[in-house]
Design a protein around this ligand. Structure first.
Ligand SMILES: [Zn+2]
Length: 331
């Protein structure tokens, strides 16, 4: 049975959770944050198993009680699992239903658990539906949320929930792994480590995809062009970005790393730059891209994600993003 103590490489989060869950003090709401491919769902399910068990040991299920026997048999009547639908959304109705369930006293376990995976797929209305439960949690209910994009959650939700960040693998390990398996990517190992948070699955994907680095160069070229007073750059980006819709998530993430690097440069935190190989180029852009404009750009990217989820016309979303990211004298 999936349990906290047998998960690999999650020592820090495991010991703090085991501490929190020892003696039956089950936290009522948890947020697990980490990049894709770092095992957030597995961790959430392991925690859920410990919470449903009638006599857990340091957060682990005992394996003997009725709840554990049901879980071992693949039956989890006290667990509600929600994930984004085929449109990438978690509708408010699913959230309301899950919350109502949490208030029903469990019959086969010590807690009723609701796991909401990739919870950033909830719109503001769905997130708001959680607030009452976060304020007055049912005694025998537990809510576990996971996300790769905590920036898309409402501050009112984040502030009412215990947050656990999945540890990043260390850079030394990633560099060793890349030099052993993908020597041709060795000189970009720092970027790859920062971009993937050390998640092996993502590292494998990036290092075996020749188009990835090309996409990164194109993103950098558009980023540079938009740091100018040219309206052409905005539409150039929009057209390209719309065409590259399969790579949308990568492009947005790469842009975020570039704006974040500009902020780091402006505050002198040079060691935290992700795109180290672009440092010289980025330095020349500092006179145009002020920290204030970088903040506006990151907001524009979040806004783009929200618009896309609400099914606004794709082309219009791309154009709005291009215009928002292009520096013009009128701003
Ligand atoms: Zn048990």
């Amino acid at each position: 049975m999936l349990k906290l103590s047998t998960l690999q490489g999650r020592d820090k989060i495991r010991s703090s959770l085991a501490g929190a869950m020892a003696g039956g003090r089950i936290p009522h709401a948890l947020l697990i944050v980490g990049p894709n491919g770092t095992g957030k769902t597995t961790l959430a399910k392991a925690i859920a198993n410990g919470a449903m068990c009638m006599s857990p040991v340091n957060g682990d299920p005992c394996g003997q009680c009725m709840a554990c026997k049901l879980i071992a048999g693949g039956m989890t009547p006290e667990l509600t699992y929600i994930e984004p639908d085929e449109k990438g959304l978690i509708p408010v109705s699913a959230v309301r239903q899950a919350i109502d369930n949490m208030y029903i006293k469990p019959a086969y376990a010590s807690h009723r658990v609701c796991v909401i995976d990739d919870c950033d797929a909830m719109n503001a209305q769905a997130q708001n539906a959680l607030l009452k439960t976060l304020e007055e949690p049912p005694a025998t209910g537990m809510l576990i949320l996971t996300t790769s994009h905590p920036d898309l959650l409402l501050p009112t939700v984040i502030s009412r929930i215990s947050r656990f960040d999945i540890d990043r693998a260390d850079e030394e390990e990633t560099v060793e792994y890349i030099s052993a398996n993908y020597p041709s990517s060795y000189n970009r190992a720092h970027f790859i480590h920062m971009y993937t948070g050390g998640a092996r699955g993502q590292i494998d994907q990036i290092c075996t995809d020749p188009e990835f680095m090309e996409l990164r160069e194109q993103t950098m070229a558009h980023f540079t062009a938009m740091t100018s007073d040219a309206l052409d750059a905005a539409y150039g980006f929009a057209t390209w970005f719309e065409k590259e819709s399969d790579n949308e998530e990568h492009i947005l993430k790469m842009l975020m790393t570039l704006y974040s690097d500009m902020l780091m440069l402006s505050t002198g935190l040079v060691s935290r730059i992700i795109n180290r190989d672009y440092q010289a180029k980025l330095t020349t852009l500092m006179e145009f891209l002020t920290p204030d404009l970088c903040m506006k750009a990151t907001n524009a990217i979040s806004e783009y994600r929200r618009r896309r989820k609400s099914a606004v016309n794709h082309k219009m979303c791309c154009e709005a993003l291009g215009l928002d990211l292009t520096i013009s004298k009128s701003k």
